[in-house]
Design a protein around this ligand. Structure first.
Ligand code: AVJ
Length: 329
């Protein structure tokens, strides 16, 4: 089939402001001058970071991706039925839409599939995904949105016929409780009575398994964590020595979350030229680079309730390691 014959099925709205560099500079300055020091996990994902994350998802210790895929493979039809057979699938952080195909296929089989709305920060991957999907699902309309969905949620199109808004991968776990509540409340404000959220969340389990999942024996997660320093070196003309920091991944049971940090192995100073900033690290000082919250069904019910949402469906893998939940306003 020629690309031209499907072009009218694809429409992609690009909302990147170009102010991203300035925002990064502001955020990193705040993070490096704060006490304790902190960096936002979104900076992990340059090309190398994305490749390292792909490798993480294949590690024997890192079960969440496999567990989520298993739930989608086994339960998509049930999820679709419980969601009221929506005409539109919105996917926040769609990427290559690898796991999404289970949902799209179930919608096609149920005869309700009309529109797919991928929402992603990468314009290139959104175009590629859109092209591939209109070939795979004849008649599918793709209304993509390229934006930082933490800011531009309000641009998600409303096609009518009910929307399923999928936020997979457990990414919600990286938000602080405040940011999470605000994000879900903003999503709730956009939802009509026929719309549903489909949220992927990792579940509370033995700390040893959690800590192994975030500190694998091959050291891929450690490389992924230290990669953020290379991103700062490149983007902000910093001179971090990644070998002068070690990877730390601890489970905080009181907060029910993994706490991921970089620990300085020595007293050292780091220069960040683009910020005209010199940062001192003490030996043993830790800088947080990510949290990854773990949930129980009860806790998630509370999280939804705080945002004006109600849990309406719960799907786990056979081992009970991971959950997909449905919620509505
Ligand atoms: C992509 C945020 C879901 O928290 O499990 C994996 C990121 N960090 N190993 C997670 C991650 C270290 C991952 N999320």
């Amino acid at each position: 089939m020629r690309a031209g014959s499907t072009a009218d099925q694809i429409e992609i709205d690009v909302r990147l402001t170009g102010a991203d560099g300035a925002q990064m500079a502001r955020e990193v300055r705040l993070g490096l001058t704060g006490k304790p020091k902190e960096l936002a996990p979104k900076y992990f994902y340059d090309e190398r970071g994305s490749q390292l994350f792909e490798r993480i998802t294949e590690l024997p210790e890192y079960y969440p991706t496999r567990a989520e895929r298993a739930i989608l493979a086994d339960c998509s039809a049930e999820i679709l039925a419980a969601a009221g057979e929506p005409a539109t699938l919105v996917e926040l952080g769609s990427g290559s839409a690898a796991k999404t195909r289970h949902l799209l296929s179930a919608m096609q089989e149920a005869g309700c599939l009309r529109t797919y709305v991928p929402v992603d920060i990468s314009e290139e991957i959104t175009h590629e995904t859109a092209e591939a999907l209109v070939q795979e699902y004849p008649g599918l309309e793709v209304r993509g949105l390229v934006c930082d969905f933490e800011h531009d949620l309000e641009r998600i199109p409303n096609g009518g016929g009910g929307r399923l808004v999928a936020f997979l991968g457990g990414t919600i776990g990286t938000l602080s409780p405040d940011a999470r509540r605000e994000f879900l409340a903003r999503l709730a404000a956009l939802m009509g009575p026929a719309d549903r959220i489909l949220l992927g969340t990792d579940l509370v389990k033995e700390p040893a398994r959690l800590e192994a999942a975030y500190d694998d024996s091959e050291g891929v997660t450690a490389e992924f964590n230290r990669n953020v320093l290379l991103v700062l070196n490149r983007e902000l003309d910093a001179d971090f020595d990644p070998d002068a920091f070690e990877h730390v991944a601890r489970y905080d049971s009181a907060e029910a979350r993994m706490d991921i940090r970089l620990r300085s192995l020595a007293d050292q100073t780091v220069r960040v030229d683009a910020l005209d900033l010199t940062v001192r690290f003490l030996a043993g000082e830790e800088m947080r680079t990510e949290i990854s919250s773990k949930f129980t069904r009860e806790r998630l019910e509370d999280v939804y309730a705080e945002a004006g949402l109600a849990l309406g469906g719960w799907f786990t893998d056979p081992a009970g390691d991971y959950a997909l939940s449905l919620a509505s306003v």
